[in-house]
Design a protein around this ligand. Sequence first.
Ligand code: ARG
Length: 588
Amino acid sequence: MKKILDLLSEEMGKAFEEAGYEASLGRVTLSNRPDLCEYQCNGAMAGAKKYRKAPIMIANEVALQLGDSPVFQEAAAVAPGFLNLRVSEEFLLDMVRTMAEEEKFGLEMPGKSKKIMIDYGGANVAKPLHVGHLRPAIIGESIKRICRYAGHEVIGDVHLGDWGTPIGMVITELQERKPDLLYFDESYDGAYPEEPPVTEAEFAEIYPLASTKAKADPEYRARALEATRKFQTGVRGYRALWKVIVDISKVDLKRNYDSLNVEFDLWKGESDVNDLIPEMVTYMKENGYAHISEGALVVDVKEETDTREIPPCMILKSDGASLYNTTDLATIMERMRLYAPDEIIYITDKRQELYFEQVFRCARKTKLVKPETVLKFLGHGTMNGSDGKPFKTRDGGVMRLENLIGETRDEMYRKIREGREMPEEEAKETAETVAISALKYGDLSNQAAKDYIFDIDRFTSFEGDTGPYILYTVVRIKSILNKYQEQGGEMKGLMFLKAGSESEKALEMALVQFNTMMMNAAEEKAPHRVCAYIYDLANAFNHFYHETKILAEADEDRRRSLIALLMLTRDVLETCIDLLGFSAPEKM
Ligand code: ARG
């Protein structure tokens, strides 16, 4: 199924041609005066000069050709030469039927299917997820789902930060508490402990403590760096502890991501490419890409056309230690070998933009990727508090993601209990589901690159441009459909009839934008397009709902046709919220 504007433009082009003008003048756009018309065409204005004719004359001639058009119900030429358009109910009916019958609502993506890797989430081992991890997780998850729906093969990778000093700090604190553990012994055989020497609860308590100590005490910090060096270089007892810490941490991270419906195909991390680094370094040196500068090994990545300073990409520090750069480049090398993706998309805070520019240039220059491989950075803005600064807890600290989710859930629960009769257990479960929609929709409805303000009261509201409003609409449709079935209504073999009212037509018009919206969302990797679409659709539905008797409709065929429209609306909404990474409860 084509984009609706393309179909309309085709029809309009024909009319221009028949009237003796160039078909390309027949471009139809959405109306900027919805009070006057649904669509418009300004081709007569554009053609006036070329054809040396008053635009209104051209518009009149074209309108005449459209008198019996099956697509346009009305084409009015108005001064000084616009064509104001309304589409016909038959045309809409045809599109709605196609949507209901075809897979993916008739979506046909142009272009070939690609293999895309998405690097998102940004979690680090031995550190709890905090509010800063919310955006890369939910934006990445949604883009992954959108690309998949659009027919691409997509692999999502969390790319754990599992090779850094936080782990060294935890080891140091363990050593402080349990100096007699055999892992600290040089002669330890390296076996993975049968009994983990630290419990999850203890672990949760250790990191913040170790981190505070390391900040305050340089000697402690030096020991943490030494412990880091030891596990990185493979001292056996330290490596065993490192693995224990990674495993415990992953359990906690998975639980957090699960609660947000964020699922990764790969749980790889920086550590996975450790063994590739020597090979990569040799390769870069031997091919003359890398050189020593002030003791460090670097690759120059600046280009003549640069209008800003792009520093060299550092591969190894002067003491031979690797950096964030190094693991990212080695990861690109590994990804090309194992998965050979056409495209790798990175989703992180936009403050890492320059860093990724360096890494991408370096990967291209050193030919770690093919010339046609797309490396894309999608930087997101920050989630701010009401003061416009990055979100903090009430006492000014960094808020844990878990707590943010918890607070949203509590507020949602309060609103649900306040507004309706619902048993406590059910209200709890519902609050959980709806809270995720509040958080995710509140975030994804903004363009990813922009900052936004976390407004718990607005995000959890059942009214306005919010997740709960969308879910409320889905639940409302489901409950009408349930009633219909309870009254013995058939769900199969339903037929669509032409729209019977303006609000029904408006609902159909909103529905048939799906195709266009999906193509744009997939093309631009833009979840906010999905949000804008379902908000319009939910509004159109609710307007229609308030004006229309559905179950009380006396005409059997009409009633069945309305039910078919409801089912389609529900399916489209549910598909879209799944693309955003949340789902609707049965009741709310
Ligand atoms: N763990 C990193 C951080 O906390 C983000 C990882 C992003 N992905 C990457 N390939 N560098 O900043």
